[in-house]
Design a protein around this ligand. Sequence first.
Ligand code: NI
Length: 378
Amino acid sequence: MRAGVRRSRRRGNKGLRILLGAIVAVFAVILIAVGIKFAISGWSENAKEKEEEKNKVLVTGIEVACDRPVVRAGESIQLKVTVTPDNATDKTLVWTVSGDMGTVDEQGVFTPAVEAGKSDVEVTATSNDGTEVFGSVSIRVLEAIDPSKPMVAITYDDGPHKTNTPKILDILEENFAVATFFMVGQNIEGKEHILKRSYELGNELGSHTWDHANLSKSSNEKIKQQLDDTDAAIKAVVNIENPILRPPYGAFNNNVKEVCGKPIIMWSLDTLDWDTRSADATYLACMEAKDGDIILMHDIHEPTVVAQEDVIKGLQEKGFQLVTVTELYTYRMGDFGPGKASYKMTLDEYQSILALQSASSTTENITEEDATADSTEE
Ligand code: NI
């Protein structure tokens, strides 16, 4: 009996074990199957990633450039960015500006911080694909113009000069000041690097005819030739369309105005530097400047160059913003365009001209007669 019971219990145990074994086996098969499936998909994903990684085109070079790397605080400037190779997988960039002095948007437009004025900032683009490739450009930031504060436009005629013009550029650069250079076209050859530097520092480049011709005594054909040749010589070096004109001797008439197609820029403060050839006299003349003045000097004379350090620092210390002629017009004169002549540029005079203009339309003739009578320039 006991043995029989034991036997039957044993037999019962065996059946249970077989059943459990079967269940375990089924589970094991399922687990293995699931495991294999995961292993296979994991492997294929990994392989896909590896394949993608293998096909990824990395950035090898970034170039950041700018047609004219100078901007006023408060304004913006377009940068040109070239990422190589052209088919790089990730061409996104991370922009940084030295001293945190500005921002660059997705279109590559650089906007300096307001407080960036009077500084040269380094703008850098770095690759975003882990390669850390970067390119950068140095940009000169000039102070924002405050229209409520006095400003003058310094102008230099008759250059460019091989040694004197660069010395003036040095002084302007050092003081974050800009001026306007009215150049004689035939003087440009061999001095292209001077023009380029001048332009990149933010100076304005204008025409003073091809060979210092008296336009008021020239035929229409000659006037056109004088101006076209000079424009072409400037355009061959820097990207300026239709530069402004200062007629030699300040001489122009109605015919010149009609033919030239340019703003005619006279002056309101003649330093007579060409006559005195004295650094002291030139400096003292400049210190008489009033808001809105266009100051006439010549960058070909050594004494004028000698005076410039004191002139530029002196004007700045007196609170004058040094601006280009076009900037001066933007803030002090509304009447600026082809065939329009102006030289009375102080704010008081401007306001009286405006009053005259509203009273009569003959104002232009008045200024023109004054201009032709004033032929003191060398
Ligand atoms: Ni001249």
